[in-house]
Design a binder for this molecule. Structure first.
Ligand code: MRU
Length: 372
């Protein structure tokens, strides 16, 4: 499965890259981006420290990139993939040898290390495979530059893709709408703009938005800490609610639509996303509120037939037993911490990708058609 922006748009992006001797993303990306490629290091906003501190986490080798992904310095399916791609550029740059096989072996090792970080978001594996297609085909002299170009392409394509999904999603909405969202799917979780949050940004830009309800998203608080930070920064009206409040606001008729992102979409449309997405879909169904999944093609995994096959990451107990440094569960009590759940396709009103909208009932054919 490959996602490359083909045709005129792809040529334009490629031309920008080739006209830029210096591939620093600050020279290429005009919108807010939480990751900056300098040409020899990757600077990430440390998302663990938001919203109270904006601290940069600089990676100069792939091992530190892997740690950043594992420890959630950076998170969100597309952002994890882009970060891993830059990690592979660093692995290549740090391996100075005149032996192509040795360099390729080193890249294989780095790819293996990066792929061990988080199991659910398929964008990680997609980006690694896309980078692998470069190091298995390009010669030694051109390899560093070719990998760097590919990583920057993956980054730029993701921003472009998010903008397209934003346009498709906003077209589904009327005027003065209230949207509920879960987790963080914004610029922090992607190359920029966002998936579900990209739709919200596009709707806000078109004057369609009344307000956003952001679920706090226990236990890692991506909604309260990150979505609220991003939207507030963009002056988009956001109200944070506890995860358990969504039924209340839907019953009051105060939610017009739910928009969420995805970490992996199976061939039949079943969707893994942040824990708490599945109950939200059930509540939306009960209140006849449309429930939309917004994700790029790089999140679709046709080799996974149904949601039952999606590996679900189990995260450390401490995220549940503690709220920051405050212990909230008695010592010795067992807890569970699955990071994702699977929403059955039957509960999803439509899936929005960069290529358009696929409605319920047409997922199997519609998703397959995206790759033919
Ligand atoms: O554990 P996280 O914070 O990486 O989980 C993120 C999500 O579940 C997002 O909804 C998903 O990756 C889509 S992000 C555009």
């Amino acid at each position: 499965m490959s996602l490359k922006i083909e045709g005129q748009k792809g040529l334009e992006l490629r031309a920008i890259l080739q006209a830029s001797p210096d591939l620093k993303t600050e020279n290429l990306v005009s919108c807010f981006t939480p990751m900056m490629w300098s040409g020899e290091s990757l600077a990430l906003i440390d998302q663990r420290r938001l919203p109270t501190e904006e601290v940069s986490y600089v990676c100069s080798d792939w091992e530190r990139v892997a740690l950043a992904i594992k420890e959630m310095v950076v998170r969100g399916a597309p952002a994890i993939g882009i970060t891993a791609a830059y990690g592979l550029v660093l692995a290549s740059q740090k391996t100075s040898t005149d032996d192509l096989d040795a360099k390729r072996s080193m890249l294989d090792r780095a790819a293996e290390g990066l792929s061990q970080t988080r199991p659910t978001a398929v964008n990680l594996f997609w980006a690694i495979e896309r980078m692998r297609s470069v190091w298995t085909s390009v010669g030694l002299l051109d390899l560093d530059r070719a990998l760097e170009e590919e990583a920057v392409m993956i980054h730029l394509e993701d921003i472009q893709t998010c903008r397209e999904m934003g346009t498709h999603g906003a077209a589904l909405l009327g005027e003065n709408v209230s949207i509920l969202t879960h987790c963080n799917t914004g610029a922090l979780a992607t190359g920029g703009h966002g998936t579900a949050l990209g739709v919200i940004r596009s709707a806000a830009a078109r004057g369609q938005l009344k307000r956003v309800y952001a679920d706090e998203t226990r236990p890692f608080w991506q909604g309260a800490r990150l979505t609220a930070w991003e939207l507030h920064r963009d002056l988009i009206p956001v109200t944070v609610i506890c995860d358990s409040m969504s039924a209340h606001f839907m019953r009051l008729g105060q939610v017009d639509a739910v928009f969420v992102g995805a970490d992996r979409i199976a061939a039949n449309g079943d969707t893994a996303n942040k824990i708490g997405t599945y109950p939200l879909a059930l509540i939306a169904e009960a209140h006849e509120v449309p429930f939309y999944v917004v994700a790029p093609k790089s999140t679709i995994d046709l080799s996974t037939h149904t949601g039952d096959e999606i590996p679900i990451e189990q995260r450390p107990d401490r995220e549940v037993t503690h709220c920051g440094s405050q212990q909230v569960v008695p010592d010795g009590v067992k807890v569970e911490n699955p990071a994702f759940d699977v929403t059955p396709a039957s509960l999803i009103t439509a899936i929005i990708t960069e290529e358009g909208v696929i409605n319920r009932g047409g997922y199997e054919e519609g998703l397959a058609a995206l790759f033919t």
